[in-house]
Each structure stands twice: as C-alpha cells, then as structure tokens.
Ligand binder design. Structure first.
Ligand code: FMN
Length: 297
C-alpha cells in the first residue's frame, strides 16, 4: 500500500495509527454500529429522503394513536383530582432539587393502586387527540416530536396493593390497565424481572418495572433515517417526566440504562419490528433508609 493510500484510509477512519494515542481513543471508543447510527441520523437539510418526509403516505395506512387491543381494559383507575394535586404539589424547583434515583423499595408499604394510577395519569395519559390529513396526533404530559406519541407503557408488576403481579399495559386513553399475563412464573417474565433487579445494582426486586415500548410504525411512517434517534429522545423526556412526578409524589424512581428487547417480545408475543422495548424505569415506595439518605457525590 502506498503512503497516500494509507493516509486516505487513516483519514476515513478505516485505519487507526497505532502510534497516535489520541486518535486511538477517539476512534476506538466508537463501535461501528454506533458511529454509523450517529452519522446517518444527523443529516438534516443535507440530503433528500431525510427527516419528516411522510414517505409512507399513500402506500401504507397511518398507524393509529391507540394500538389494537385497546378495548380489553381490565382495570379502570379512579379519576384524578387535578385541583387536589395542584394544592399538594411541591414547587418545580423543589422537585428538581430533591429528585434523585432511589432503587430500594419498601415492601412493607408497597405502592397503592391509586398512586400508580395518579403517577400514570400525570406522566403518560392522553390529554387530547386530533386528526389532521387522516393522521391521529396526541397530547400527553411529556413532549413528543411531531405529536406522534409512539411509546406504549408496559408495567411489570411485582408488588402493588390490590393489583395482581404480572405484565400489564397502560391504556393512556381509557386511563386503565390491560392485562397481558397474570403472575410472574412465565420464564420470560421472570427473566425480565431478574434483569431489572440486576440493573438497579442493589439486587432487590423493584415493585414496578416500567417497560417503554414504542410502536415503531407511528414514528417510522413519517420520519426517514432519524426516526430511531427521535424515539430514544422520547424515552429521555418520558424518564425525566416520571422522575419529577415521582419526586412530587414521594415515590422511589430510577431510570435503567439497558434491557433485553427479545425477552419482552417473547413475553408479549409482539413482532419486534412492530413494537418492543427501548427503555426501562423502576418505581416503588422508597425504603425508609433511602428517603433521608445523604445524596451521593
Ligand atoms: C438514561 C439513564 C440510564 C440509567 N441507568 C441506570 C441503571 O441501569 N441502573 C441504575 O442503578 N441507575 C441508572 N441510572 C441512574 C443514574 O445512575 C443516576 O441518575 C445518576 O447516578 C445520578 O444520580 P441521581 O439520579 O440520584 O441524581 C440511569 C439514569 C439515566 C438518566
């Protein structure tokens, strides 16, 4: 290989100069799929076929805001009294200052069904549905690119008062729960719980593991090349909304950084190309020793 060919390959990042420590790290920190994803999802305005192009319009029907099976609600939560919440809420500044990740839950006084209902109402319910040009758009307490709201909230319930353990889906339109599987005996469900327990680093099982599962078609029907990146941003805004509401309610909340989508697919039977998990979050009542613990530096 000529020197110029070697220089070109170095410049393209195909080769890393083994003698150059700086470039070694800047190159080696990237796995190829992450670098490719980053580069391909940041081309707005630079090329055609990128962004909110509505490429599927006319070829495929727009996936509705509400997934199929929404009529199977088994538990309807009580209505939430917004005035009462207004009267009892701490300030936004207090919520931001007091927010921290709490991983250990108090199984002697587990989450109540009404608390779970209030939490879901304040973080994930549908506030409004609007149809524009044959496409349904929504409004929820957290923001969503293009008002698309593709994330479905599933709940892996281990210990909530008056709610059977198992896998449930929150219906944000009906403000209720759809039951997918009762009990935790199913091998995939128990593996999901083990995984959440392990991810929270303290090895006690969460009372509720929230599984964030986008219906990909809601986003990918409209966006080209950057849709998956938008979905991950939505996981972030939903996580922060959940952290702040949990803080306001005195609940223990912690984001989880990784999960196993295959387990979710096997537990639900859903097609992973259509809907599967991309984010996890754990919720419960705070263990008494956690509540007043000094903030770690
Ligand atoms: C996207 C994201 C992923 C996280 N993943 C985990 C995790 O897998 N396990 C865990 O115990 N904490 C996780 N956390 C919590 C962080 O460890 C925590 O936010 C950080 O230590 C700062 O502490 P604080 O939240 O108490 O302020 C995650 C937080 C975020 C935002």
């Amino acid at each position: 290989m000529s020197d110029i060919e070697r220089q070109i390959l170095l410049w393209c990042g195909v080769f890393v100069d083994p003698l150059d420590e700086d470039s070694q790290f800047t190159h080696r920190q990237w796995s190829s799929h992450e670098l490719w994803f980053h580069e391909r999802s940041r081309r707005y305005g630079r090329e055609a076929g990128f962004g909110g192009t509505f490429w599927a319009r006319g070829e495929f029907p727009a996936p509705p805001l509400r997934p199929p099976g929404s009529d199977e609600v088994a538990i309807y939560f009580d209505a939430v009294d917004s005035d009462l919440i207004d009267a009892q809420s701490i300030s936004l500044n207090r919520a931001l200052e007091d927010r921290r990740s709490i991983r250990r839950h108090n199984d002697e006084k587990p989450l109540e069904l009404s608390q779970l209902g209030e939490f879901l109402y304040r973080t994930a319910r549908v506030r409004l549905v609007q149809e524009v040009d044959g496409v349904e758009y929504g409004s929820k307490p957290y923001p969503s690119g293009g008002s698309v709201y593709e994330i479905e909230v599933y709940l892996l319930v281990r210990h909530v008062q008056d709610l059977a353990p198992g896998l449930w889906r929150y219906d944000p339109t009906e403000h209720g729960l759809v039951c997918l599987k009762k009990g935790l005996e199913d091998a995939n469900i128990s593996a999901l719980l083990r995984e959440a327990t392990h991810s929270s680093t303290i090895n006690t099982s969460p009372q509720v593991t929230i599984l964030m599962a986008p219906r990909f078609g809601r986003i990918l029907w409209k966006y080209e090349q950057m849709g998956y990146a938008v979905i991950l941003k939505h996981v972030g805004v939903l996580m922060q909304t959940m952290y702040l509401v949990a803080t306001d309610m005195g609940l223990a909340a912690c984001a989880i950084g990784s999960g196993d989508s295959d387990l979710f697919s096997r537990a639900t039977g859903l097609d992973p190309l259509d809907c599967t998990t991309v984010g996890e979050f754990i919720l419960g009542t705070p263990h008494p020793e956690e509540r007043f613990q000094e903030r770690p530096v």
